[in-house]
Write a protein that binds this ligand. Sequence first.
Ligand SMILES: [Zn+2]
Length: 244
Amino acid sequence: METLYEEVAALMVKFKKVVVLSGAGISAESGIPTFRSKGGLWEKYDPAIYASFEVFRTDPSKYWKIRGEFIKNYDKYQPNQAHSALVDLEGMGIVRYVITQNIDGLHKKAGSKNVVEIHGSLREIYCLQCSKEYLAPEVPDGMPPRCNCGGVLKPNTVLFGEQLPQEALATALHESATCKIMLLIGTSAVVYPAAALPSHAKQNGARIIEVNIEKAFPEADYFIEEKAGAALPRIVAEIKLICK
Ligand SMILES: [Zn+2]
């Protein structure tokens, strides 16, 4: 009898056009604290204040207070085996796109090429006045940090009350509608628009594979109850066996 891993691997080889939707779970395995979990950032800091665009415009130091340290230590956080496995799968022509809710930039850091960061990225920081770009961790000191023109710096992440990047969103919707398989990794799939993508994929005929420590998408066709850093390298190994 085929194991779940063999079955999932065979499916990916057969259909290809896999689109990944990744969430906080994959980053947690790199030691990045999740926001919504117990003990997470949002328990201490109300996101309606600390991550609100309106508040940012009047008092940007609030956002920098919760994010500044992460940005200063940006190089400390490294992609894990799950991120690397997705790079391999892209190289094999199996994964077509990675759509992520994560703002840590780890998919790009790992080497994935087609990445849509629907909530933006903390790596890119720009001046609200002259648009000059800075890259984490190279940010001027100060609270809030300011550009040498005097303008306030803002990480390129989507704050509450701020519009999502339309181009990224359009790509995410298009990829979800046209993929053959959607691979959900460590996402709780509760926050719009990410929450809508698996259903969108499923309605357009895609199979849904979920890798998670807790099932979050009831309509998934396959559920691998495992950490991403363990499950994904195993899927890659099974695919290599099929393709050798
Ligand atoms: Zn500037």
